[in-house]
Design a protein around this ligand. Sequence first.
Ligand code: FES
Length: 278
Amino acid sequence: MQQVEIADILARHGEKEGGLISILESIQAKYGYLPREALEEVAEKTGHALVDVYGVATFYKAFSLKPRGKHLISVCLGTACHVRGGPQIAKEVKRQLGIRPGETTPDKEFTLETVNCLGACALGPVVVIDGHYFPNVKTSMVKGIIDRARDGLDKVEVDKDARVFPIEVSCARCNHSLMDTEHKLDGYPSVRVTVSFGQKHGWLELSSLYGSYNTSSKYEIPENTIVNFFCPYCNAELMGGSLCSECGAPMVPMIVRGGGMVQICSRKGCKGHMLDLL
Ligand code: FES
């Protein structure tokens, strides 16, 4: 672990923009766990007591104090997923990987955990790998999902990818629907917002398929640009208070029809999106 990398993470977050949780999320994203030296440095540099830093690190299940495999597989065994076959999915994942929950494969590729709810009960049984949601999983799909994770989950084939499913969203400020039925992306109504970056201000359409990153916009947005999002109806700024665990940019929350929240990273090209369905 390089001290300079932790200093870099701390500098990116700054005291004003994000709290301890966001800092720990970034460290966890970088190393796959929270090394002891990193927690000590966070405590020293932010002025938090070490015991408080450990308190946060051990309170949230998303954080791990032990090294994890390259990929984290979370199988939901919450009530909704349980009644739809979650235990059979967990059994099949254990069989395929040869490990039990809490363990890591000898090649350090996979760590398995079971969780009580992943916030997407309507889509159960749910498996999440490295933040990618796989809804309505069947035991026959498990091997394919694991193989896909091994090859890398960044590439999405929108027409056949099990992670991709449509959602409808509305503004988190005025609750007006953001769906644009006139302009489709990936064959579904797009999500239309207004954006600004530099001196430019115009519309941006996002694919409403969760897992697809297709967009269309009035102006070409350069990679890595942090874009300001606005509601086209109430004109309110849509940036929320939390920061992307991948890159530290502000997240943009939107309300999901049917209950829940989706948050997308405001940095062009970053895939740090989060879905939390009720
Ligand atoms: S019970 Fe599985 S996502 Fe909620």
